[in-house]
Design a protein around this ligand. Structure first.
Ligand code: HEM
Length: 188
């Protein structure tokens, strides 16, 4: 692992920094239906250098910590951490995350260098219980009672702005629920 200043973070470069956003909307499952939670949050992306795997694969990695608070009571109701990793040789971006419900995800996707018309870039990653490559790990309790079956995350970043949409499919209360989160953040 190296931490020198010459690391090429590729499409992850624009993520690095401290972000804040107050346009969040969470749609979450409840026993009797759906809960809509407006939220605000901070996400801190920290460059951590590169990693060599099996002497051949080189990943550039960025760590993040996301803290999300409900607008209604200013209390933290989602705490998430993980890494975004860029495999330049393969053109693959990976997103690992863990949340303190005892659920972890390793999502992946391709990035071919495209930019949006405004110069921003969009990364898309997914994971699923039936995906061959990109998986979800959860505790026996969650697998039994609130099983995450799919995760999809799309993030757009550029010019000091970051926005994301994510969909987590949760099998809970006898139904399949589309748990969604989105926000727009500004680089501080
Ligand atoms: C900004 C991001 C997120 C927010 C604000 C959020 C918020 C919530 C809320 C409010 C609930 C309803 C239960 C409760 O009130 O605690 C919930 C349930 C759940 N979330 Fe999230 N969530 C987020 C992202 C995620 C992610 C990334 C995953 C997994 C990959 C996830 C997995 C779950 C699961 C499995 C449940 C069902 C547990 C239950 O309701 O008892 N969430 N989430």
């Amino acid at each position: 692992m190296s931490e020198n200043g010459d690391i090429d973070y590729g499409p992850l470069e624009g993520l690095i920094g401290d972000w804040q956003g107050d346009k969040g909307l969470d749609v979450a499952p409840e026993p009797d239906g759906t809960e809509n939670n407006p939220y605000y949050e901070t996400i801190i992306f920290t460059p951590i250098g590169d990693v060599e795997n099996a002497e051949t694969q080189v990943l550039a990695a960025v760590h993040y910590r996301q803290i999300v608070k409900r607008k209604s009571n200013d209390k933290v109701f989602h705490d998430e951490t993980g890494y975004w990793m860029w495999d330049a040789a393969a053109g693959i971006v990976m997103h690992s995350l863990t949340i303190p419900r005892a659920v972890s995800v390793l999502a992946g996707g391709r990035y071919n260098g495209d930019e949006n018309a405004d110069g921003s870039i969009t990364l898309e990653v997914s994971a699923g219980l039936s995906d061959e490559d990109w998986k979800i790990i959860q505790s026996p309790y969650m697998a039994e009672n609130a099983r995450t079956t799919e995760f999809h995350h799309r993030i757009t970043v550029g010019d000091g702005k970051l926005s994301y949409n994510e969909t987590t499919i949760v099998d809970i209360y006898g139904k399949v629920f589309e748990h969604t989160d989105s926000n727009e953040l500004i680089l501080q």
